[in-house]
Design a protein around this ligand. Sequence first.
Ligand SMILES: Cc1ncc(COP(=O)(O)O)c(C=O)c1O
Length: 420
Amino acid sequence: MPTTIDVFEKARTHERVAQLHAAGEVDLIPYFRRLESATAPVVEMEGRARIMLGSNNYLGLTSDPRVLQAAHDAIDRYGSGVTGSRLLNGTLDIHLELEAELADWLGTEAAIVYTTGHHANLGAIGTILGPGDTVIVDSGDHASILDGVLLSRAKMRPFRHNRLDLLERRLQQAESDGGGVLVVVDGVFSMEGDVAPLHEIADLSERYGARLMVDEAHGLGVLGARGAGASELLGVEDRVDLRMATFSKSLASCGGVIAGPADVIDFLRIQSRPFLFTASGVPAAVGSALAATRICRSDEGPALFASVLDNASYLNRGLHALGFHVVEPTALPDGTTVTTPVVPVLVGDDWRAAFLWKALYDAGVFVNLALHPAVPPGGALLRTSVMATHERATLDEALATFERVKRDFEAEHGPLPSPA
Ligand SMILES: Cc1ncc(COP(=O)(O)O)c(C=O)c1O
């Protein structure tokens, strides 16, 4: 008998569809807003200039003339696309150059470049782990890590964000699972902006015989003297077994990388489905990522890393002083603190967060709105982020806007969460 179940039904009845329609009627949807210029400190968006506090262009390199020239040169030399996978006709010499450059930067034996960062997590986790294995993840880990776990069909044991006691319990529970164990954490958490306690995580992983993988998407080109990420900042590079990073943030392009031991990287080259069964990164993306990598590794790198971190601290302190509940800077083992370029403003309720987002947008400041499942239920936040190229005057203008908007918002909707 033919089925009466229509697989499209969920598209009509999903709870978010009704919410989206309701929000759309009052122009309250924060997503898919139309950008009409390059991603810069101030952008053209839907017909007017707005301060961009919602990009991951941490070093501002998407407009750097050398990065742009490298993209043009790559197009001139190799054309617009590769029309095939790395395995077959899609490996260019610049893919290999980029892999060598990234391995050298991260201090690993080898590296493999994927078409996106999402593919990199999918490819590494989905290939290294199998159905008999266990993967232990922080609840704040990026969605692409969870997608990799799904692909692997390994047993997932999540622990609450940064709760090392729960990580240890998961490691103990994994002992009776019978397979290998991989711990995967973000070095910098993409929504919270805090840095993972990698020292303690490495200690625990070693104690229980687990391998450790760190996603450096938001740390590469930002943290550490060489800009090699949270693992460098915390001095655990030699204790992290695999490092993942993306080119879609500091490296001003699109693509992803897994860096680690040569035998594991070689295994990924021949077994990793998201590497083998998709077209490789287009020449312009690879050329620009290579140029951005070289800028990070040049004498200019440290000044750029310092600028973005300085801007992050400035925005964090400014928002705190205005009475917003921003995530505290992360305390480091040496007694100092670090504020990453991700500076979240906690709001709590979804609708209140959406109204606050819209008020800022209308006043000329673009930020990102993070709702469940990107954050825990009831944990809606405005994710602000800075670039090395934001001028102080621009950040001051944004802060003045936040102040005005807060006053008007609270007069109408009641108080926002205040600093902890
Ligand atoms: C922590 C983290 N990992 C992985 C990714 C995926 O990277 P990509 O944008 O290159 O697919 C992102 C991007 O949003 C991220 O924030």
